[in-house]
Design a protein around this ligand. Structure first.
Ligand SMILES: [Zn+2]
Length: 868
């Protein structure tokens, strides 16, 4: 015979079951008489019953432990008999413990989704409210104390109202105190014992002897309610009262280090579900940044990031920071939002690294203008991030509420006279609306939102050389990727809504054409004019000069792209308007005009382009093949991959086919065709195609020019496969082809002991880093290359010619790209060949954001040099 468990409380049912068998052959004995006697802890028989076994020899019995049962070790005796035979007496033991209070701690380890729970060795102080008398208890090895002990005489519970304080041991270890700013190990609402985790409970007994516990007020304890769920919030009078009838009082405490791990883990798993980068980066974001608490004092600064020590400092000590208290508590305040906001900055810096972004200046409040649009955009994303994480988390959103940037102070024309592009809260509001998550309950996957944000930013980075730096740039790429969002974007950005100005809709700066067409163009900063055949919207405007900014527009037949001046290059990405939104589905065209000519390219509609006289284009595809036909004054070329087409002044067309099938149709004899690939020719006058030779790849860097520098490699580098130097005009460069690199690796270089410059690798396995040399000073120079802080390479070079003396360029990195395809490298250096003059890339900042403040009445941002 057996009972289903060993420990029972009063009023519980004890199920007893067994089977009677013949000791000779172990066969079932039916109709045996079974006697069950139950003895309490004082050895008094409290029950005796007689049963008959069924046809399988089985018997069952249910005993109810009475409400006044004696606590302690009980015993059950069982005997069976039949036809004069009687079995030996079997004895079962059980323990009646009565109701109890149990205190457990939740321990979160890093990278683990669920906590483990273990008994918490604490002092419990119970104050009887009517008398003020306080008694002290300690939990046993299983974390329990019988309720009859703390609310009664040890045998039975007495009615009354009590305040129960749970006081864990303190940690005086100096390292603990330095990190957490407190000796407490759990959230406290203040410093003394009175501020320990606590609750008020009214204990009463029903007429039938049931023990009723009513808890209507609690601070920083996680209580189990009558349904068995743990409540991760304070119990407040009049709202979420807990009533337990004959149930143990089960309590959990989450220590402050577990609290922090819990938040870091939530961020870690969120980033993992967003599929945005690989594990080392996610680990770096979630766990790589240190935190330190208790740096309060003057001001109302809640959190600031210090890059020099890679630490986020929080004003509150951790026991208050993680408190549910109504002053500081998670439920009503913003400490948790602040925590995740600061990690939002880490996400952007690690996944969308952009050393060139201008994050300087001050910001004073999320509804007030920042000093520049790039800072506002950075803060806008950091404001969005906690909303994504808490919405996503099945636990956090239940007790963290944060507004969603939808109140009137974020809408309409800003009293300070700045557009929403300068206001972080409006940018967060726009993103919430753009992604359909303004409503906390919307079904949109929060993981997909971050995924899309980062993918779109990466596309922009690939095309322009850096991630979007303003909300305007972000909307430009979103519009290019998905033209269908335009109507909702215009609504969200309208003057009486978030009042965000979109440059491509600006009649003075933009294109002003938003009606659907069959093609869209994304124009990269270059020296290009776009001439529109059919200006729309009643504006006279018909030309766009994209010298300084990125833009996007729909294309109509007849629209033309014209180089600003002879010999200047242009770059345009074209995709079909109606094509399903895709991140890799467009045609890339680089164009250059010949000497004394401006390049000219006309969109003919239907995926056809016309190349004008005195123009050379290089055309390639990423993904789809939207532009399939190129016309020149004398030839029609149908192509499938990558070609260079040059239309000479004399109307001779030169076609160089780099890969894939090209069909050339012409009646003219002024056609020269070079190919190493399958090419078909229609037209009587054309001879056999000539084999493609070593043509100058003008859209890539030119390796044939004389070196300005002579490099001597002094060390091997297992992460470097090639170091070569080349000149471009007056500038010198070193190209580092890196292997075995990971996302987030840090390449630093220093020339002649000057301030080092760095680049965070955004690629995996292979990456190319281009170091621009200081060629302004004649003589010997030294470049040191570091990977993740370790010196990997020293390169000596000398500037040998006076022609470089006037060049005052400091070392800048111009691009980092995956070296997957040879053609990829062409994007890296495109525009630096020939006479092209793109605007130089901005120098990387020598300053790094030091001081980030999330939610305070006053915000300031301070900067300090990362590297000094
Ligand atoms: Zn911030």
């Amino acid at each position: 015979a057996y009972t289903e468990k060993n420990t029972y409380t009063r009023n519980e049912l004890v199920g007893i079951a067994g089977k009677v068998r013949d000791p000779a052959d172990l066969s079932d004995v039916k109709d045996a008489t079974v006697i069950i006697r139950i003895f309490d802890a004082e050895n008094k028989m409290v029950d005796s019953t007689s049963l008959t076994s069924d046809e399988y020899g089985v018997f069952t019995y249910v005993y109810t432990i009475p409400p006044d049962a004696v606590l302690g070790d009980w015993r059950i005796e069982i005997e069976a008999s039949k036809e004069g035979y009687t079995s030996a007496t079997q004895v079962l033991s059980m323990k009646v413990i009565g109701l109890y209070i149990q205190v457990m701690r939740e321990i979160y380890e890093r990278s683990f989704r669920d906590p483990h729970i273990e008994p918490f060795d604490v002092t419990i102080k119970v104050t009887r409210i009517s008398s003020g008398a306080t008694e002290e208890y300690t939990t046993g090895s299983d974390g329990t104390i019988p309720l009859a002990e703390i609310f009664g005489d040890g045998q039975r519970v007495e009615e009354g109202s009590y305040i129960v304080r749970i006081i864990p041991p303190e940690n005086n270890n100096p390292e603990w105190v330095r990190k957490w700013g407190t000796t407490h190990i759990v959230p406290y609402t203040g410093s003394g014992e009175t501020h320990a985790p606590r609750f008020e409970v009214r204990v009463s007994l029903s007429l039938t002897g049931e023990t009723i516990l009513e808890i209507d007020r609690s601070f920083n304890v996680i209580l189990r309610d009558s349904s068995g769920a743990f409540i991760y919030d304070n119990i407040r009078r009049g709202s979420n009262k807990i009533q337990l009838v004959n149930k143990p009082l089960e309590i959990r405490l989450r220590t402050i280090d577990s609290w922090e791990n819990y938040l870091r883990n939530t961020i870690y798993f969120y980033l993992q579900s967003a599929r945005v980068t690989q594990t080392p980066i996610i680990e770096r974001v979630a766990y790589g940044t240190q935190t330190s608490y208790g740096h309060g004092g003057e001001g109302v600064v809640y959190g600031e990031f210090r890059p020099d020590i890679n630490t986020i400092l929080f004003e509150l000590d951790a026991s208050k920071f993680f408190s549910f208290d109504e002053l500081y508590g998670l439920a009503v305040s913003s400490t948790l939002n602040t925590f995740i906001h600061e990690f939002g900055h880490q996400v952007k810096e690690n996944i969308l690294c952009d050393p060139g972004a201008n994050l300087g200046g001050e910001h004073w409040g999320d509804h007030l203008p920042c000093s520049n649009v790039e800072l506002a955009y950075d803060e806008g994303f950091a404001n969005l991030f906690p909303i994504l994480v808490t919405d996503w988390s099945p636990m956090l959103h239940k007790y963290v509420t944060w507004h969603r940037y939808d109140s009137s102070k974020y809408k309409g024309v800003c009293p300070e006279g700045k557009t929403g592009n300068y206001i972080e809260g409006r940018i967060a509001g726009l993103l919430l609306n753009l992604y359909g998550i303004a409503d906390p309950n919307s079904g949109v996957s929060r993981a997909d939102v971050l995924h899309d944000f980062i993918e779109a930013s990466r596309v922009f980075q690939r095309m322009v050389g850096h991630p979007p730096r303003s909300i305007d740039q972000f909307i430009i790429i979103k519009h290019f990727l998905d033209p269908n969002i335009l109507d909702s974007i215009r609504e969200i950005c309208s003057r009486d809504n978030y009042d965000i100005q979109l440059s491509f809709l600006d009649p003075l700066r933009g294109v002003m054409r938003v009606n659907p067409s069959d093609a869209m163009a994304f124009i990269v900063p270059a020296n290009i004019r776009i001439s529109f055949t059919q200006p729309v919207g009643g504006y006279e405007y018909s030309e766009l000069n994209s010298r300084e900014f990125v833009s996007v527009t729909t294309l109509l037949p007849g629209d033309s792209f014209i180089s600003l001046a002879p010999g200047y290059d242009a770059k345009i990405y074209i995709r079909g308007y109606s094509a399903a939104s895709s991140y890799m589905d467009w045609t890339v065209i680089e164009m250059k005009g010949h000497e004394n000519k401006v390049g000219k390219l006309i969109y003919l509609g239907g995926g056809r382009m016309f190349v004008g006289e005195g123009t050379t284009i290089h055309l390639s595809h990423i993904g789809g093949r939207f532009i399939e036909t190129i016309e020149t004054p004398n030839t029609i070329i149908t192509l499938h991959s990558e070609v260079v087409i040059c239309v000479e002044d004399n109307e001779t067309t030169i076609v160089e086919n780099f890969r894939g099938l090209v069909n050339v149709n012409t009646d003219s004899d002024n056609l020269e065709l070079y190919t190493g690939y399958k090419t078909s020719v229609e037209g009587d006058e054309i001879g056999e195609p000539q084999r493609i030779g070593s043509e100058e790849i003008w859209w890539e860097e030119n390796l044939t020019k004389p070196e300005i520098v002579r490099c001597i490699l002094t060390k091997d580098l297992d992460n470097l496969i090639e170091v070569r130097n080349f000149r471009e005009g007056e500038n010198g460069y070193i190209v580092l082809n890196l292997i075995n690199v990971e996302y987030g690796d840090n390449v630093t270089w220093r020339i002649d002991d000057e301030t080092p410059l760095q680049r965070i690798i955004q690629e995996r396995n292979n990456a190319t880093v281009v170091v621009e040399l200081d060629t302004s000073t004649r003589g010997e120079h030294k470049v040191e290359i570091y990977l993740n802080g370790e010196l990997k390479e020293e390169i000596d070079y000398s500037v040998s010619s006076e022609e470089y003396l006037t060049n005052v360029m400091k070392a800048v990195i111009i691009a980092v790209l995956v070296l997957v395809l040879v053609t990829t490298l062409s994007y890296l250096l495109r525009g630096r060949g020939g006479t092209t003059k793109y605007p130089p890339p901005p120098p990387p900042p020598t300053n790094q954001l030091e001081h980030r403040i999330s939610h305070g009445q006053m915000r300031t941002e301070k900067f300090t040099s990362l590297l000094t």
